[in-house]
Ligand binder design. Structure first.
Ligand SMILES: C[S@@+](CC[C@H](N)C(=O)[O-])C[C@H]1O[C@@H](n2cnc3c(N)ncnc32)[C@H](O)[C@@H]1O
Length: 330
């Protein structure tokens, strides 16, 4: 019993010694851990960033990670600023298709009639009986169709071939035909137009007949050319601008003057200018109307300026028209 009691007594005294040691050791261990952490933290900071400048008052170190700097957005001006574009970003906008070698201007009219009209001029046996009574002998309307730019460029370039993209009732085409004849030139004017006008245009330009929902713009254009006695010098290409210009490029039909006056939104103008430029002869000129109109936030102007920037060309202004001389490198 006694031995048992003694054993229990020695065990309990051992336990109390352990308790006392634990009570003293716990805070000491925390203290040692704290000192170690602080020392390690100090050493690692001073060794990993020895050259950091001392913090300044104006830029206190942030306790959290800062987000990457956001790109600068130009929202102050509603107008698109070309100077904001890095020209290296424009590379994807270049159109690099090469057109066929140019064919002689004197062959162009007959080649087109053969390719597009089965060898029969669209003026042959015009007007067809079903349209005749619906046409006016003369119905011409246009926008800036008689601007000084036409005479200025025709005098300067003495064109054999003019391609007009956007013809409507033929006001500018007939004007150019008359100018070339007055100057004694033998010029063919190729008029690319789908002759659809634009949705709702008959509210603006009255008296263009319609047959089963088909507006007779093409026939009225042909009638105007007949009335002004220009059937030998004007030839329509009744297709979308993309399709018509691509065909000319494919056939090697190049022009001394290319006039752009079809769709006035940025995308249409951009596409027409790029395609039109491909068929401009080396000493030719590309020009177009409505550099200043507000349509599509000045879509024509943006397209012209961007195009000139991509090709390092200068945009000249003549009245309401823009004019680019491709062989004039800035
Ligand atoms: C402003 S009018 C042309 C006016 C003409 N240059 C004048 O001064 O008498 C625009 C013409 O472009 C044509 N047009 C618009 N977008 C076209 C496209 N994608 N393809 C072919 N013609 C288009 C319309 O049918 C319309 O006749």
């Amino acid at each position: 019993m006694k031995t048992e009691h003694n054993k229990r007594g020695s065990v309990s005294s051992s336990l109390s010694i352990i308790n006392t040691i634990t009570k003293i050791a716990k805070p000491a261990a925390y203290f040692v851990l704290l000192v170690l952490t602080y020392t390690l933290g100090y050493l690692s900071h001073s060794s990993s960033s020895p050259s950091l400048p001392p913090p300044t008052l104006s830029a206190p170190p942030s306790p959290t990670l800062s987000p990457p700097p956001s790109p600068r957005l130009h929202v102050s001006s509603p107008l698109y600023r070309l100077s904001d574009i890095n020209t290296t970003e424009l590379e994807p906008f270049r159109v690099k298709t090469h057109c066929a070698e140019p064919i002689p201007p004197k062959n162009i009219r007959s080649i087109l009639i053969n390719h597009i009209f089965d060898g029969v001029s669209p003026f042959t046996d015009f007007p067809p009986p079903h349209a005749e009574e619906k046409l006016l002998r003369k119905k011409v309307a246009g926008w800036g169709s008689y601007g000084a730019v036409f005479e200025n460029l025709i005098r300067k370039v003495q064109p054999r071939i003019i391609v007009e993209v956007g013809t409507f009732l033929g006001a500018s085409a007939i004007h150019m035909a008359e100018l070339t004849q007055r100057l004694g030139l033998e010029t063919q004017i190729l008029c690319i137009d789908d002759f659809r006008g634009w949705a709702g245009f008959r509210n603006q330009v009255k008296n263009i007949a319609m047959l089963n929902g088909d507006v007779l713009l093409y026939y009225q254009f042909l009638q105007n050319v007949v009335t002004f006695n220009q059937t030998g010098s004007i030839l329509p290409l009744p297709f979308s601008s993309g399709s018509g210009l691509s065909k000319l490029c494919e056939l090697g039909i190049w022009a001394d003057l290319v006039e752009i006056d079809a769709g006035h939104d940025f995308l249409s103008a951009w596409s027409d200018i790029n395609r039109g430029y491909q068929i401009v002869r080396p000493d030719g000129v590309i020009f177009g109307h409505d550099y200043f109109t507000a349509a599509d936030n000045r879509g024509v102007r943006r397209a012209v300026d961007l195009f000139a920037k991509v090709h390092n060309l200068k945009v000249n202004v003549d009245g309401q028209h823009w004019v680019i001389y491709p062989n004039y490198i800035q």
